[in-house]
Design a protein around this ligand. Sequence first.
Ligand SMILES: Cc1cc2nc3c(=O)[nH]c(=O)nc-3n(C[C@H](O)[C@H](O)[C@H](O)COP(=O)(O)O)c2cc1C
Length: 368
Amino acid sequence: MTSLLFTPLQLGPLAAPNRIAVAPMCQYSAIDGVPQPWHRQHLGALAVSGAGVVIAEATAVVPEGRITHGCTGLWHDGQERAWAELVRDMKAVGPGLVGIQLAHAGRKASSQRPWEGGAPIPAGAAEKPWQTFSATATPHADGWHRPEQLDSGAIKALADAFAASARRAERAGFDVVELHAAHGYLLHQFFSPLSNTRTDSYGGSLEKRMRAPLEIAAALRGAWPRDRVLGARISGSDWAEGGATPDDAVVLARELKALGYDWVCVSSGALAQSKVQVSPGYQVPFAAKVKREAGILTRAVGMIASPRQAEDILRAGDADQIALARAFIDDPRWPWRAAEALGDPAPVPPPCLRGRPATWPGAALLKS
Ligand SMILES: Cc1cc2nc3c(=O)[nH]c(=O)nc-3n(C[C@H](O)[C@H](O)[C@H](O)COP(=O)(O)O)c2cc1C
């Protein structure tokens, strides 16, 4: 092994064969929250990629927590059965750990699939809108559904729902659960002072804004076995005046570590007010700060696309693991090329070996 990217990574109780993670990516292609043939092909290809960890998309713990009608869920037996088959197949074809992101979209729920416009579902649409929920009754932005404010009983019920989904994820065979606490969805809605203006014990100070996310995180920790991996995706910055800051992310990461979380993935933005300045590796400084100051295993994500860029982030000590999303859509064999670029053996499964151009008789002729 010459690169850090292809060095195994101990993630709490389990080891990943390398430091590449496939970031969760909604496919908006489920029916009644049940993954479909599309998911089998999509996640199967990502398992074959040889990535150390593959995380399946944001999966709602209750029906009203879905972003769209096409989002996956894990609240009923049919979903659990379909996920179990998918996990079994992914493990049969790939070397990596298989994970799922558990989520609740809060006030960003009940929207159209991106290719339908991504707007809130209008009243009278064939696929019906539903009542959304959030930290307050304020909509995500103008024209969005008005959510219902969750009271303490409803927050407790939600924590139970996350725990119930974790038990289903365990039975389905997942190695990793990732709690979604970023991207302007429900947990982030509680965390950010821009979306949480409550004046009770669930809003105000950072400690109070973290209360609901941490109650949910604790319930999840209680339900998920200690011999499997548990992490969270948090928000490194709201990119907005008066919003949550990288210092707030450090405090949240410390609390998650104290609860027994194995790692955090540091993303950012996605509130209506966020003015994200995108550039290659733009979220890496947040991951580096969290790693340094919270002392938890950290995954960097966001506009990381080349093997050398990923390797340099690891070598600088800015993160322990690198997640990619869009680069994997573009090239589901990304780790094969990354290994070749970094001088390591490519994680190619035996049935694919004859496809590697270097093994073709006459390959040199092809190149010329
Ligand atoms: C099609 C698509 C779906 C996504 N779905 C999710 C998701 O389910 N959960 C999540 O936390 N982030 C999701 N994201 C964000 C990615 O995980 C990732 O953080 C983001 O795309 C930045 O990484 P990249 O520059 O490597 O694409 C999605 C991104 C894309 C492109």
